[in-house]
Design a protein around this ligand. Sequence first.
Ligand code: NAD
Length: 358
Amino acid sequence: MTPAFTYQALPMRVVFGAGALAKLPDEVDALGLTRVLVLCSPEQEDTGRAVAAALGDRAAGVLPEARMHVPVEVARRARELAAELGADGCLAVGGGSAIGLGKAIALEHDLPVIAVPTTYAGSEMTPVWGLTEGGEKRTGRDLRVLPRSVLYDPAMTLTLPAQLSATSGMNAIAHAVEGLYAPDASPIVSLMAEEGTRALAGALPRVVADGSDLEARGQAQYGAWLCGAVLAATTMSLHHKLCHALGGTLDLPHAQTHTVVLPHALAFNQPAAPQAVAALSRALDGAADPARALWELAGRLDAPRSLRELGMAETDIPRIVDAVLGSPYANPRPVTADGVASLLRAAWAGEVPAALPR
Ligand code: NAD
């Protein structure tokens, strides 16, 4: 029998496929915007300026200052600039950092955000914002920050380096994995999670082998969209908690950390999440042990597989265990200090994710 569930659809629009960027002026017009502030990271300034040029006088300015985890001082500057320019909307071109900056403006000034994602992280699909002050990252959910329109054009990802393509794709798969065993999982969201994992796991090896393969890029973006939608619809568990603690406490890089931790967090949870295992197994070519299959996928993608290579010291493990156990959250399997410590030790050393029990 189909279990009871609640599903909340989000009010947003997606324009998908090769050539989608050409529809940007129409999307801006459809939202009634006339002065849009373009946001991007310093590394993607040329891209931000090219997109602004295509918007002509609908672009009010470009702010190429987006940074990982949205430092509050950058958010402040962006909000001031938006007010100064009389912007009536924001256009975020980039990954989670640029989109996060758009969300920070929307949170305060209620300006609509349009997103043109260039990574696979999935922030564009969620009403989740984050702001970092004094080394502390606060996050929250607010429908005002959900982009009104998202344009997925695979051409915008052609310049994403192989390493970042691989790790941001694994970051997306992590949303799907945790959505499958979330306390608020639903059959609809699980379909998206399974299909998103299948699309990304199939596309990423092709993207890494040939970054100019537009068809593979499109398939990866389709998976990223689905996985981002799963993140928006469900409550994340131990894996995201671990990555949040590792990023916040030790400043480890976001996508790479997700890539290393995911197989181990999944191995920990697999015994308590048989339906998630079944869905992931279908998505990963019938793999009997999806945690092991994801670890092998990371290897094939030449992505990092140990926290040690990301710069973490083994002596940092107890701090992360404390941070993870310090606040309660949902997880399919009870989270114990010993369990988290042994999971982290395996992830730190880059071991094969252990079959449990621990
Ligand atoms: P990012 O946006 O920080 O980008 C990483 C680097 O890659 C940047 O230097 C960027 O300029 C560059 N880059 C991005 N796309 C490129 C392209 N196509 N070509 C060349 N260079 C490119 O990376 P990310 O992994 O997308 O985002 C990470 C951030 O997003 C974190 O702060 C994370 O917490 C946040 N995030 C938030 C959500 C949410 O729902 N709120 C979801 C996922 C991630």
